[in-house]
Design a protein around this ligand. Structure first.
Ligand code: 13P
Ligand code: SF4
Length: 371
């Protein structure tokens, strides 16, 4: 039997002065351009990407225009793991990262010589905000016998304090391999993903208790009702969701995992528990299938229950054009942190590359496990 996880409580607080009157309380949501303006913005961005030797790296949760344009111009739209790998391996001098800040920072840590631009530097993540380095460091110090595994949605300083980085697409495999080597885990910051991994692997984990403000809002009870309405629908869930939602899933995975499951599963309908930005790619790649959003409303619904990340929503065509034209919003990471922060990221990338190539991964773990 594995130990029940111990947890550290951290609450994310809405910044002072934020209002709930708009559908995103504290982010600047750019206005939708008119059709002619959209076409002009795209044309100018294409031109500047060539001129600046730049490539777009977009996440599935950003505006469909930024997903499509990235792909049309030789860039990528993907989950956070593949964004990191693509940015590291691409020859372009400038990466325009449409997503949230930790994604830009990861790109910079992996490619310190590249220029990393983001449409809005205030686009952050509740998991990153809820895991400040001072408290996290004290938590690590209190558990010196544990291998420190942190989620990608963290600051460069937290990464630099960790042994392993994981994303939702590889967390299970990495923790399972660590457990097989007899390592005990200190996990941060997402409590739902951590609990899911603990249930699946039986690893001995102590946990930080952060959460994603978007996925935390999905509701198990209402999902059961929706499943009854659509009995043929399969349920696809991102593991940042609460346990009651994960328990109803036919497939649990990262954003890329959800996309793959929708393509591979022989079902006419799907209920999807992740940010609604994902719907664009799901519908585009599966024109014959129907996708429903998993419910966020219910008796405990709040102003955050809109299933769209307020920070992802800050990315826009106008923002991309602005940074390409001016060089504004360049990501910088403390140079002293970069070599140490790179260690856990490199471990993750080496592990996942071996896994993908069908090479044995067990041997990677003792060599590169906790010091
Ligand atoms: P993925 O790695 O699954 O793309 O997740 C990133 C994220 O921020 C999910 O909320
Ligand atoms: Fe962070 Fe959640 Fe937004 Fe992803 S969706 S960036 S985990 S707040």
């Amino acid at each position: 039997m594995h130990m029940k996880a111990k947890v550290i409580d951290v609450e994310y607080e809405q910044p002072e002065g934020a209002s709930c009157s708009t559908h995103h309380a504290w982010a600047r949501v750019p206005a939708e351009p008119a059709p002619e303006e959209r076409a002009a913005l795209k044309a100018r961005i294409r031109e500047l990407l060539r001129q600046e030797n730049a490539v777009m790296v977009s996440h599935y949760y950003v505006h469909p225009d930024l997903q499509d344009l990235a792909e049309e111009t030789g860039g990528i739209v993907s989950d956070s793991l593949e964004m990191a790998r693509f940015g590291r391996d691409h020859a372009a001098h400038t990466l325009v990262v449409s997503g949230v800040r930790f994604m830009g920072e990861t790109a910079k840590i992996l490619s310190p010589d590249k220029r990393i631009l983001m449409p809005d530097l205030d686009a952050t993540c509740s998991l990153d905000l809820g895991c400040p380095i001072t408290e996290f460091s004290a938590f690590c110090d209190a558990h010196p016998d544990r291998t420190v595994v942190v989620y990608a949605n963290t600051s460069a300083a937290v990464k630099a304090r960790s042994d392993w980085l994981v994303t939702s697409s590889c967390a299970l495999d990495i923790v399972r391999a660590l457990k097989d080597q007899g390592q005990k885990i200190l996990w941060a910051p997402d409590r739902h993903l951590g609990s899911y991994i603990e249930r699946e692997t039986g690893a001995d984990m102590v946990m930080w208790r952060g959460s994603c403000i978007v996925h935390d809002e999905f509701k198990g009870f209402e999902l059961e009702l929706l499943k009854k309405e659509h009995p043929r629908a399969k349920v696809l869930v991102h593991p940042e969701s609460p346990a009651a939602v994960i328990a109803l899933a036919d497939a649990v995975g990262s954003t890329s995992g959800i996309l793959k499951a929708a393509q591979e599963m022989d079902a006419p309908q799907f209920i999807v528990a992740t940010d609604k930005g994902m719907m664009h790619k799901l519908r585009k790649l599966n024109p014959g299938k129907v996708f429903y959003e998993a419910p966020t409303a219910g008796s405990s619904a709040t102003c955050k229950s809109c299933a769209h990340c307020p920070w992802m929503a800050m990315n826009s065509l106008a923002g991309v054009l602005h940074v390409l034209e001016t060089g504004a919003n360049e990501i910088s990471v403390d140079a002293a942190l970069i070599p140490r922060a790179r260690v856990p990221i490199d471990r993750m990338l080496a592990f996942t590359a071996a896994l993908k190539a069908g090479r044995p991964v067990g041997s990677l773990v003792p060599d590169i496990g906790a010091a």
